[in-house]
Design a protein around this ligand. Structure first.
Ligand code: DGL
Length: 277
C-alpha cells in the first residue's frame, strides 16, 4: 500500500512509554494526524523472546498500515525496534522509523568525556543493538550497557519516584556510576517518566538523553524528503494554530489507559479505543 500525504502517522509501543515520542511528534508536527497504539494488554515486551516481540510488532504494523492507512510508522519502543525494525522495513512499503539510531545520535552529540551509558530492557540490551549502533556512530565512545528489569512495571503502574523505584534504580545504575559516565541514554521509551529518580541517583552532572525529540526530528526529515509532510496550515478562524488529530488505541484496560495516558501525554489523550485481537 503506497503512503499518501493526508494519511496519519502511526506509532506503537508495548504501553505508555511511546507517549514520550508521541508528545515530541505532536509538538514538532502539529499539522499531522497521529494514531498511537499501546499494546498494554501484552506489556512488558522487555522480558519476552525477541521473536515473540517481532510477531507482535508485525501484527500491530498490519493493523496500522493496512487497516488504518498510516503513511509512516514509528516503532516507539526500543525492544520492538531491536526485534523487528529491519523486518518491518522489508515487509511494509511505508517508511519505518525506530528509536535506537536517533537516541544514539543524541548520545554521541551530548557526551564530552566519551564515557557513556545506555539503560534499557533485558531484550534491548541483550540484543546488542545499542552496542552496535554506538560502535558505528563513534570510534572512541566507551559504552556501558545496563538492563533494568522492573522499571517498566513501575511506569505502567504510574509510580515514578517512590522509595521503591529509588532503591531499584540505585542498585541497577551502580555500574554506570562506577564507570563515571557523563551521559546516560534512556534506551527504553518508558524511562523518561523516571527522569527525576534517575537524576537523583546519577547526580546532576550526568546528562540524561531520551530519544523522543531526535526521533521526532527524524520523522519530520523523512516526511519532508518523501513529499509526505502536510503543509502547516497556520492559524484557524479563531487565530489558534490549526492542529492535526491524535487517536489512541489500547489492547488493555481502556479506563487506565485514558487516565494514566492523559497524565503522561496531556489533554490530547481524551479518549482511547479498545482493540481486541
Ligand atoms: N517502551 C519499551 C521500550 O522502549 C518497552 C518496554 C517493555 O514493554 O518492556 O523498550
Amino acid at each position: 500500500m503506497e503512503p499518501v500525504r493526508d494519511g496519519p502517522i502511526g506509532m506503537f509501543d508495548s504501553g505508555f512509554g511511546g507517549l514520550t515520542v508521541a508528545r515530541a511528534v505532536i509538538d514538532l508536527l502539529p499539522a499531522e494526524d497521529l494514531v498511537y497504539l499501546g499494546d498494554t494488554g501484552r506489556y512488558p515486551y522487555g522480558p519476552r523472546p525477541l521473536d515473540e516481540v517481532a510477531r507482535f510488532a508485525h501484527q500491530i504494523a498490519r493493523e496500522l498500515v493496512e487497516r488504518r492507512g498510516v503513511k509512516l510508522l514509528v516503532v516507539a519502543c526500543n525492544t520492538a525496534s531491536a526485534a523487528a525494525l529491519d523486518s518491518l522495513r522489508d515487509r511494509f512499503e511505508v517508511p519505518v522509523i525506530g528509536v535506537i539510531e536517533p537516541g544514539v545520535t543524541a548520545l554521541v552529540q551530548a557526551t564530552v568525556t566519551g564515557r557513556v551509558g545506555v539503560v534499557g530492557t533485558v531484550g534491548t540490551i541483550n540484543s546488542g543493538a545499542y552496542q552496535r549502533a554506538v560502535a558505528a556512530a563513534s570510534d572512541d565512545a566507551e559504552l556501558i550497557a545496563l538492563a533494568c528489569p522492573g522499571f517498566v512495571e513501575f511506569v505502567e503502574r504510574g509510580e515514578f519516584d517512590s522509595e521503591q523505584v529509588h532503591v531499584l534504580a540505585r542498585a541497577l545504575l551502580e555500574p554506570a556510576r562506577e564507570a563515571k559516565v557523563d551521559t546516560l541514554l534512556l534506551g527504553c521509551t518508558h524511562y523518561p517518566y523516571l527522569a527525576r529518580t534517575l537524576n537523583d541517583v546519577m547526580g546532576r552532572d550526568v546528562v540524561l538523553v531520551s530519544s523522543a525529540d531526535e526521533t521526532a526530528f527524524e520523522v519530520r526529515r523523512v516526511l519532508s524528503d518523501l513529499g509526505l509532510a502536510r503543509p502547516a496550515t497556520g492559524a484557524d478562524a479563531s487565530g489558534r494554530a490549526s492542529c492535526g488529530r491524535a487517536e489512541f488505541i489500547t489492547t488493555g484496560d481502556v479506563n487506565w489507559f485514558e487516565e494514566l495516558g492523559r497524565r503522561l501525554l496531556g489533554p490530547e489523550l481524551d479518549r482511547a479505543e479498545k482493540l481486541s485481537w
